[in-house]
Design a protein around this ligand. Sequence first.
Ligand code: ARG
Length: 462
Amino acid sequence: MTDKTSNQMWGGRFAAGPDAIMEAINASISFDRRLAAQDIAGSRAHAAMLAATGVISDSDSEAIREGLLTVLSEIEAGKFEYSVALEDIHMNVEARLKEIIGEPAGRLHTARSRNDQVATDFKLWVRDQLDASEAGLLALIKALLGQAEAGADWVMPGFTHLQVAQPVTWGHHMMAYVEMFGRDLSRVRDARVRMNESVLGTAALAGTSFPIDRDMTATALGFDRPCANSLDGVSDRDFALDFLNCASISAMHLSRMAEELVIWSSAQFRFVALSDRFSTGSSIMPQKKNPDAAELIRAKVGRIFGANTGLMMVMKGLPLTYSKDMQEDKEQVFDAADSWMLALAAMTGMVQDMTANRDVLAVAAATGFSTATDLADWLVRVLGLPFREAHHVTGALVGLAESKGCDLPDLSLEDMQSAHSDITSDVFGVLGVENSVNSRVSYGGTAPEQVRFQIKRWKARL
Ligand code: ARG
């Protein structure tokens, strides 16, 4: 006879209930309750299939599916009482179902195990998150396209080593991020296709002797097909790792952009003004307007990478098939998903609201001898110098301008000719930043016409 305190789901061979510490380490209900809707969807699909294949009666299946809807409405209304003794969401739902419909509830778990059940629930949840992140990425890309369109021809300094390198356009810089988040989008879509196989019906690990129809449950749950190997099915968490990889790379992109916004909004740069809606003040310094949202986005990457590494460590070295280690897959994914979604939304808001200081950008674009490459290119194109020699001549002129405390366009023709006697006054035509960016018409280059071409391509693509 089963002890009253032992587990009602598997208490048959147990004489006593668990120690309190055992219960504490074993229970996952505190976090896997987030899978409730997916658990119920999976169970409803399973129950319908069990009736269609004659494994259980239509009336039992009907009672189960209706009862599960009642459980769902209780959960959604916040009226559900979760029990730690019932360990996880699967057993909590089933126990409540039994209270509501009685005996037929016990037939739901036919031809199924918590192993395929939890994998199914979690995969459905991750798939929903991928869809949400796709929407989040699209919103951010649209905000960036808006900025790029407004400032396709605004000049600003382009940097390497955070030193002024060559003038570029604001639109070009915004479109660089469109490319980055566009790759995130394609990674999300790849991952979604790859993970879209149903685990339900792989049962504990070996499949089942009942005449189940795995195609039916796969279709009902929106999967492309059932997975082909039951051992792999119950022990695979690649879908969660794919998700975390998508999130990690995207978070890295977000943090790079956040870092630029922190720098650009500083008093030393003043490239952009962030809106009040996405800034905070200081409790002591009245003049302060801090880019906290950007800083927090920059930091979120830490926990997202952490989740990725954490789950890799949980999974590495696990023998096939299911081990309880795998219960440790969820919290990190939940946290990474929340962090990623919030970071995407915050970045979208900041990008939509921010104002580029066009004049400051233009002045900065002309500093740091940013058109030196244009001068060298002119020496090659017009005087026929080898690029290496042109580089050398230009270097001498930069040195001269630096010693005179002026910029390249401020040098006299005599100054120019002191470095190479064939230089003519035509050279001054290429030293302006507008000329510089307008000339970079190579595919993918910074010229406004190229930027507008890429904006159009992206708009057509979305
Ligand atoms: N709560 C468990 C988890 O999250 C469900 C699966 C339990 N399976 C088992 N064989 N004990 O992984």
